[in-house]
Design a protein around this ligand. Sequence first.
Ligand SMILES: Nc1nc2c(c(=O)[nH]1)N[C@H]1C(S)=C(S)[C@@H](COP(=O)(O)OP(=O)(O)OC[C@H]3O[C@@H](n4cnc5c(=O)[nH]c(N)nc54)[C@H](O)[C@@H]3O)O[C@H]1N2
Ligand SMILES: Nc1nc2c(c(=O)[nH]1)N[C@H]1C(S)=C(S)[C@@H](COP(=O)(O)OP(=O)(O)OC[C@H]3O[C@@H](n4cnc5c(=O)[nH]c(N)nc54)[C@H](O)[C@@H]3O)O[C@H]1N2
Ligand SMILES: [Mo]
Length: 919
Amino acid sequence: MVQDLSTLTAFIDGEPHRFETGDTLLNFIDRHKGRGFVPTLCDAPQLEPYGACRVCSVEVALQADGPRRVVASCHTPIAPGMHIYTESQKVRRLRKNIVELVLTDHPLDCLTCEVSGNCELQTVAAKVGIRGVRYPAGANHLDRAKDRSHPYMTSELSKCINCSRCVRACDEIQGQHVLSMHGRGFNAKIIKGLDQSFADSECVSCGACAQACPTSAISDVFFSKSIEATKKTRTVCTYCGVGCNLNVATKGNEVLSIQAPVDAEVNHAHTCLKGRFAFKFYNHKDRLRKPLIRQSDGSFKESTWDEAYDHIVANLTRIKNEHGGNAVAGISSARCTNEENYLMQKFIRHVMGTNNIDCCARVCHSPTAWGMQKSFGTGAATNSYEDIEHTRCVMVIGANPTEGHPVTGARLKQHIMKGTPLIVIDPRKIELVPYAKHHLQLRPGTNVALLNMFARCILDAGLVKTEFVRKRCENWEEFENGLKALDLAELEKITGVAVETVRAAAIEYASAEAAMSFHGLGVTEHEQGAKTVMLISNIAMMTGNIGRPGVGVNPLRGQNNVQGAADMGCQPHQGAGYFEMNDLDVQKRYTDFYGTPAPTEPGWKIPQMFDAAIEGKLKALWLMGEDVVQTDPDAHHVRHAMESLDFLVVQEIFMTETAKYAHVILPASSFLEKSGTFTNAERRVQRVNATVKPLEGTKPDGQIMCEILQRFGFPQADYTPDGVLAEIAKIVPFFKGATWENLGDQGLQWPIKEGGIDTQIMHQEQFARGKGHFHYFDWKESTELKTNGAEFPFILTTGRILEHYNCGTMTRRTGNSEIVVQDYLSLNPADAQRKSIRTGDRVRLSSARGEVELEARVTDEVKPGILYTTFHFPEAMVNNVTGQGCDADTMCPEYKVIAADVEFVSAGKPKKKRMMEMV
Ligand SMILES: Nc1nc2c(c(=O)[nH]1)N[C@H]1C(S)=C(S)[C@@H](COP(=O)(O)OP(=O)(O)OC[C@H]3O[C@@H](n4cnc5c(=O)[nH]c(N)nc54)[C@H](O)[C@@H]3O)O[C@H]1N2
Ligand SMILES: Nc1nc2c(c(=O)[nH]1)N[C@H]1C(S)=C(S)[C@@H](COP(=O)(O)OP(=O)(O)OC[C@H]3O[C@@H](n4cnc5c(=O)[nH]c(N)nc54)[C@H](O)[C@@H]3O)O[C@H]1N2
Ligand SMILES: [Mo]
């Protein structure tokens, strides 16, 4: 049918243009005439229309010569055939009057104010033609105190024009509700919390309000400098797997400030405080700036790059000749780009000749990759962040997105606040719990028992989508029989969660039109980690929640590029593109491609590497950007392994706990100084663009790997990001259509077909492996859970906090360390009373491996008998107490269950910090 064009046309100052359903007048004008064509003040593209200031007023008529009326364009919906007049005398006069009144209550130097380049009010004033203010009153609120209490957030509310953009940003983007408009009329003013300072309020310093403020009434400590910027570069955040896009303002080699692009599909003008503010590590005095070689007396000596490379080539050649390539291993970095990871595994496999290559996915989401491959055929998120807008039920299992993936966490929160039911499965009352309809507060280490109950309740309620199961899946009977044989009363005892509580949540999930699950390390870092992942997959399949918008199984992958590191082959069993290294056809394929034989023997996983080092079988280890001494479990054991090595190369940006054991340290460049790609948790391959030159003395990891390949005589071209990406596209099938150019600003989600056609939702017609496979498993008590008893009566579980990132080398060297100064031990008030421990006291946390001292935080976030802490500070070294238990299928460590005890050490007062007080 031919559509009547008039139904989709409206007129801007007499010119016809097509509009889209749902457009406001302003969206329509912005799209065709550019943002700023009609002046705005209270409107911002990242916020909902508000219609308060009316600066965006236009005249409209339903016919060309029909009667006109004045409307605020930002919140007036468009109608077919409408005529919009953007510059009539009437609206010009109106705009001018409004802006003049606004200026009257604004510092009088406004029109010559030095932040001019950053002040939208000034731009708007110029646009509407104001050169001076007629009214004498002027600047009534100049007495408002400046707030300089916070390391990042500042306010100077005398500049405030009451447009409420900051309040709306806090509500609509972050969902923190810290800012509000207080008082009426002339006395109306913005307040933080209960009229507190930024530092004392509940502000999580995401900076959305500062970015939204038109006048810098609320700003951040870096923003005012950005008017000196000579360049703005779009790149991708280095911290978590969300993959936020960043606009980095620089002047020469100095990073001035970071803002979030409004058009970014991943983060829509939002970031957390790490992405926006925690960049000052990049030129910190502690950055490694020279290669270091260990001398015979144990000290490090600075060297040239040539000397360091010669030393490495001599030692690795010697070890390879004496002990074979399998005496060498590499651990690559999920903080580094795809290209860098790809090159590292190429070096280890095709120069050292061994499959001993692994990455931090081992200690993180390796059970996800493995389990989802078994269930669906692909070890990656099935859907996209965008699907959050389409889902009718959210289930968060063992993930704490408001701390670990804050931009996704905030997006989830927004969706949930609009009425979508949320199920949280977590032993702790995480920040999302007050928003949840169902909180299944299970005993740590009992996921399989709980999710088996969950699946059984779906079965009992008759909510299985039998048609989907029959057509698209296999092995259902085994799973069904397993479920039928369960003893629910026993599982209730094991998990500590009542069957009826589980049933209500299971019915909620199974009867929703579209239900979406997100999971994290509370699922994977257990002895039954991969099994839990398969069980989550079973539950999605039995309810038909796969292959369409708003559903799926969505691991919140951890590091900025952990998805990519595994995609690129940094795992011992699978090469670039997930081909099994023990398959003869695969070996031939890689051998032909690289021109050197692909190694055939299975490689070691990280924990096996450490054991092999201690046994003397592993002689040399090359570590690129991973601080295993601080972050791998049972640090005593890891230190022992490091000490046992003949030769350790550490390629780092800081002197980490691990680097202290190195024989050679290579100073690398950080993400701000190099180009390549990162792949986020929704399989989105995005371009990382250098914002400044490499810090003097350092080299980007990609360049280091290319130079090393060349030093070993491998015919490797010099590093270019597009060149290496082109090579990857030739060997990794799901990168086939990826080119540096077609990744563009937003990136592409793999599988990427030729021509740059990407994939938002996987497994739509059939699963990557053909049929979705059901697996059944009984719950098994882990070794640590068995140890939990008289000697170690507590279960410790560990995780992270918003302000710090993993080993903390970076965030501890930024203003974040003024907000959170140490790791804390959370314990329940009942336990605290029994042990005479108060918030702020020093306590000793012990396990069968060792003990550490921490500051106590008494909170009902954890149930009695449960302890919680983070692992970000080397001073505490929490991994001295974690153990060697691990996932049976992938060897992912059991960081989430540690049999422990806690004792009072000395009384203390709580230090300055953010206290996440729970309900
Ligand atoms: N701010 C910040 N963000 C980060 C990181 C960081 O260090 N700091 N690290 C990044 C990395 S590498 C990763 S992998 C991600 C991790 O992000 P998440 O997966 O969210 O990680 P965690 O906080 O370790 O653990 C998640 C939750 O698992 C719960 N849990 C513990 N035991 C169990 C259990 O037996 N069952 C269930 N169902 N839940 C359990 C914990 O209470 C915790 O709330 O975050 C990334 N983002
Ligand atoms: N107790 C406990 N321990 C845990 C966890 C837990 O939940 N509990 N979680 C585990 C998880 S999920 C993970 S992923 C690991 C993470 O542990 P790690 O991977 O060790 O930690 P990160 O801090 O992410 O970064 C590693 C190093 O990369 C360096 N780096 C950053 N950028 C670059 C770069 O561009 N080039 C180079 N060469 N180096 C760079 C940083 O300085 C840092 O030292 O920790 C694990 N440890
Ligand atoms: Mo991780």
